[in-house]
Design a protein around this ligand. Sequence first.
Ligand SMILES: [Zn+2]
Length: 517
Amino acid sequence: MKIEADLVVFNGNIITMDPQKPTVTALAVKSYKILAVGDEEEVLELVPTAKKVLDLGGKTVIPGFIDAHTHLTSAGIKQSHVQLDNVKSPEEAIQKLKDNVGRYPKGEWILGYNWDESEWTDRRYILGKELDEVSNDHPIMITRVCGHLASVNAIGLKKLGIDLKQEGVMKDKKNKPTGILKDIDEIWEKVRPGSEKLLEGIVKGNRIAFEKGITAVVDNAPVGTLRYVREIERRNQLSTRMILNIPVEQLNQMTDLGLTSGMGSPMVKIGGVKIFTDGSIGAMTARVSKGYLKDPENKGRALITPDKYKDIVKNAAEHNIQTVTHAIGDDAIEMVISTFENLEDKSMLREQRHRIEHAELINEYQIRRAVGLGLILSMQPNFVGRWQQEGGLYDERLDPETVRGMNMFRVALDNGARLCFGSDGMPYGPLYGIWSATTHHNDRVRLTVEEALRCYTLESAYSVFQENTLGSLTVGKRADFVVLSDDILNVKPDTIKDITVEMTVVGGIVEYSITRD
Ligand SMILES: [Zn+2]
């Protein structure tokens, strides 16, 4: 009996990331999965007919990118608010907010996102009193690009109703709050969007993904988001596979319900439990052993005690839940690794694939210990392109030797680490990340294109228990792939960030195409 495929693509330069057949020219899809890969003759022999046939015209195809660390739903929601990504000064940010006041009914939160003072000549945070000038009728909160720091106006501070004596509320010389809040988690809950905004946000977030060639993302969102993602899936509007990490505050809900990592549908899955141990380098809250350049006394902020962290890890591991721990500074990373080392029962750790998120200041000794424990390093080459260039933000925050030891992807792979790549949305786009990792001036950071590609596909699939269904173009796996404008393995690495994603295919369905077929 001859099989009819749903889709056959041919005349391509198909990079499979499968060592058995690294490059082929054709592939066939049936029931959302890859039915055959090979040259045209091989595929035709197996699958003589297809409902749809696509001539790739020699273009390069790679497996769909898996972005292992995103905030995609919240990025989608943010698109409905004021974007401060590209403003060039505090004044321009204030002006942009003023221009948008009319969109918000009186009393409603005006929210702005992603300002980054490191890209301004006037490198300072925006103060609450400057936001007071934007409007007297609205609470206003603008969040720094790292998501760990926000500026709030006086009405906003009142509306948040938080304890202004707590750590993280920045004060001026007269001991009055400046409106700058660092790592105060309770504030985000107070500005959470309603259900329609959430549904809209998920669809918008999906668009961000498929335009960048991302076919699966790990999103960090409260467990309630699951209901909305499933609703979008039911409406047939979910175009990106989503794996959801659940905040640690909801770990008990997960264990009560018996939710474990990896369960779900082909499109929506439960990820791990997300725990924060420190802040960010930009906000100078990452826990570093040597202190910050301009403020050596400041060694960052511990967001959790070692005892509490150990309890959480034990609880999660006993319930077969993957932990996903944000740890950027070397001191925070040390606490994470030694916690795992000190667990009485380590037999399941490798199988449970616990992840350290960012791990930017991990040193070689720590890398080796992480490898020994089976911990996955979930790192962001996109940070490197954005902040770890000469004279960039990291050079301003930390001494040169420390910066030289940051984000050592090369050292991690040379020590046998499981290294998966994510963007954290800074910015979105795996091609930007691959460009960053492959062109970096520091040879402790720099990877080959093939290695970086592998970290953004197969290794990311492994980090979410999906290496048998995603991450390479192999018979039986989901038919997730991307058509690129250029041959990523053969262009000059410096031009990788300019490659265009021409088509994104998820489960054999064309979700995005720059040309109509
Ligand atoms: Zn993040």
